[in-house]
Design a binder for this molecule. Structure first.
Ligand SMILES: [Zn+2]
Length: 66
């Protein structure tokens, strides 16, 4: 009976470890996806579009501009 409880506890511990590893993996995958998206969006966008976007963001944050 005690062995059975230990086995259940070990299984729960492994399940929690797997869930934590999956959460880490999702975070890493999300960061990689976001990074690649930013990299390719900035790499292939035209300079004027990037400038206008940065300019609009500056206004959106109420940063003094012109
Ligand atoms: Zn402006």
């Amino acid at each position: 009976m005690k062995k059975n409880a230990q086995a259940i506890a070990a299984t729960q511990s492994q399940t929690q470890a797997k869930a934590a590893a999956n959460a880490d993996l999702m975070g890493i995958a999300g960061a990689v996806l976001l990074g690649l998206t930013l990299l390719f969006a900035a790499g292939f966008a035209q300079a004027g579009i990037l400038h206008d976007t940065a300019h609009d963001m500056r206004h959106a944050m109420s940063f003094p501009c012109h």
